[in-house]
Ligand binder design. Structure first.
Ligand SMILES: C[S@@+](CC[C@H](N)C(=O)[O-])C[C@H]1O[C@@H](n2cnc3c(N)ncnc32)[C@H](O)[C@@H]1O
Length: 242
């Protein structure tokens, strides 16, 4: 399997940034599904006085989904690819949205302190070299009881869903990726989904790394059994052991 890691993955995203919005625009449900996952954070009051972290924000599609769910929240959007981040930052945003160039593995070093009410990570975890370390960093960044929503390609484990994913990649994703000159990144997309946790393995990983109230929720259409929103919460000792 051809997988990209760390610097070479960021370089591939830098190169793909120019065409990224075009390719996701023709992916049925891409933006609607992100909005659905953002709503699944179930944040109150339109996000008033809430501080959110969008980890792996890319060109800002996940940031826009968060904003649609909680228009009054303060959002810090972080990405390791300068090219993707520049595309995001060039879009019009309300004053509460800011962008930081940093790897998920280096939040503290980039001056991103804790105290977040929620973290959203869309299509990030399958790309990181050490998901447990990034989950530990997310736990540290969250307030006690703070919420996490991971929107990710996490296969059900059934042979049929694995076959659908490979058919979609061979028939659409890889030809489109080659057409725009980013064949390597889209081959990584195909293989990284096959190599990553199934949804059951990922929920187990979240529990093992200390998250509470872990639940996997399906997404509709062709993504059923392929993409999930996995929601969880950082432990809150005061509420859970009164
Ligand atoms: C598939 S894109 C998704 C972008 C966006 N969240 C969305 O939903 O459209 C994944 C993003 O994660 C970023 N990324 C990958 N590994 C990362 C890491 N270790 N730290 C921070 N960002 C990372 C990539 O640069 C890329 O912009």
């Amino acid at each position: 399997m051809t997988l990209l890691h760390d610097g070479e993955l960021s370089a591939a995203f830098d190169h793909a940034a120019r065409r990224y919005d075009l390719l996701t625009a023709v992916n049925p449900g891409y933006r609607a599904d992100l909005r659905r996952s953002a709503r699944r954070l179930r944040l109150p009051g339109g996000g008033d006085r809430l501080r959110l972290l969008d980890l792996g924000c890319g060109t800002g599609a996940s940031t826009a989904a968060l904003l649609a769910a909680v228009p009054h929240a303060e959002i810090v959007a972080v990405d390791a690819s300068a090219g993707m981040l520049a595309r995001a930052a060039a879009k019009p945003w309300p004053p509460g949205v800011s962008f930081v160039h940093a790897p998920a593995e280096g939040l503290a070093g980039a001056g991103i302190a804790g105290g977040f009410d929620a973290v959203f990570a869309a299509y990030l975890f399958r790309n990181v070299t050490d998901p447990d370390a990034v989950l530990a960093a997310v736990r540290t960044a969250l307030k006690p009881g703070g919420r996490l929503a991971v929107h990710e390609y996490t296969l059900s484990g059934s042979a049929a869903h694995r076959a659908v994913w490979t058919a979609v990649c061979r028939g659409i994703v890889l030809p489109a990726g080659r057409l725009v000159g980013d064949g390597g990144l889209y081959r990584h997309l195909w293989h990284s989904v096959l190599a990553f946790d199934t949804v059951h393995e990922f929920t187990a990983r979240l529990r093992r790394t200390g998250f509470h109230r872990v639940r996997a929720l399906p997404l509709p259409g062709w993504q059923t059994g392929i993409t999930h929103t996995v929601v969880a919460a950082a432990p809150d000792v005061r509420r859970e052991n009164p």
